[in-house]
Design a protein around this ligand. Sequence first.
Ligand code: ADP
Ligand code: MG
Length: 151
Amino acid sequence: SADVSRFLPDEEATLAAGARWAASLAAPLVVYLQGDLGAGKTTFVRGLLRAAGYGGAVKSPTYALVESYPLAGFTLHHFDLYRFASPEEWEDAGLDDLFGAGSICLIEWPQQGGGFTPPADVTVALAHEAGGRRLSVTAHTETGRKSLEAW
Ligand code: ADP
Ligand code: MG
C-alpha cells in the first residue's frame, strides 16, 4: 500500500502537494510519475519547482523529452517519455548522462523507456477520482523513504 494517499480537490491542491515535497527533497533521487494524460503529473512538478525557488515557466517536456532546472543544491530533470516509439530512444538521446549524484530526476511515462529507465526511489501516482485526483506516493528505497519526511 502507498506511504501517502491524499485526495486533491483541485489544481491548487496538486500544486500544493508538489510544493510540500520540495522541503525534504535531496539528490540523488529518481521518481516515477504515473498516471493517465491529464492526471496532473506536470502540474505536480510545477508546484514542486516553484517551491524549490524556480521562478520561470514550467513547460511540459512532451516534445523536448526533458527539461532541466539548475536549483540550489541540485539539478532537477523533468522527463516525459510519452512520445518514445521504442525504448532504444533512451540511449539515442543519451539520457543516462543526466542521472548522478547531483540530480533529481522526475519521469513521466517511465515504462516507455523499458529496461533503460533507471529504477525509482519513489513512485508518485495521480489518478482521476470524482471531482479531483487521488495522489498515492510509495517509496521503494531507503533514499526514497527519507525524501518523504515532509509528508
Ligand atoms: P499530465 O502531466 O498528467 O498529463 P497536466 O498536469 O499537464 O497532466 O494536466 C492536468 C490537468 O488537470 C490540468 O488542466 C490541471 O489544471 C488539472 N488538474 C490538476 N490537478 C487537479 C485536481 N486535483 N483536480 C482537478 N483538476 C486538476
Ligand atoms: Mg505531463
